[in-house]
Design a protein around this ligand. Sequence first.
Ligand code: F6R
Length: 262
Amino acid sequence: MRLIVAPDRASAAKLTADIIERFVKSTAPAVLGIATGATMEEPLAEVVRRHRRGAFSLARTEIYLLDEYIGLEPGGRDTFRSAVDRRFVSRTDVPAAAVHSPDPHATDLGAECDRYEQEVRGAQIGLQLLGIGTNGHIAFNEPGSALDGTTRVVELSEQTRTDNARFFAGRTEPPTTAITQGIATILAARELLLVACGPSKACALARAIEGPVTEMIPASALQLHPNATVIADPSAASELASASAVHESPFDVPMTSGVENQ
Ligand code: F6R
């Protein structure tokens, strides 16, 4: 695992955009897995800014979402799909047909999960962006999720529903269930990039990077991946014993195995 502690949150966003830019420029089609949520807003906004300045095209990018809530109005603004369309896809030249996500309105959700699992596996994600929940979740793999789990319907933990209530701003209660890629699905990506910002992520991040690999901290599964990078701002990195260096570039940081980190 490669750990990059950025000087601040804005730098973490820029370093994340650097990695996305390099990936999009070097691969065609660039199959990009996207996490939704507050952490990804600034990095994706930075990618949009660079694209609009003419730095690169996203026309040959395929986008795969990690997860989607169940029970929201189809196309409603609180769905992850709408958020990604609004903040990213509609502001770039990513073709609308190149955005893929699980359908939470399918009549047979089990079959839909199987379909999406096959679609994601067939596409072979090149770079998978990840956030981390305050409870250590990745996508909506909550504590206790099997490390070999695949795409499925899950119940959201009370912690996650409380954390995400801010996105619903009193309009509606956060949903109780979602479709999520499993940990095995995520680990099948060629490269993983987890971004963590803010003090609320510090405890989960330290346990994910420096603790044992355990189903109780789903993000600890990144230690099992041969090409996983973590970008943290100083507050998210504050409980890491190993985070002494602050890096300005994501490309000069050596890889250390998660096992050595313990
Ligand atoms: C959402 C997802 C989640 C978020 C995580 C962090 O697609 O995959 O795992 O990445 O809940 O959310 P924020 O960034 O809002 O703190």
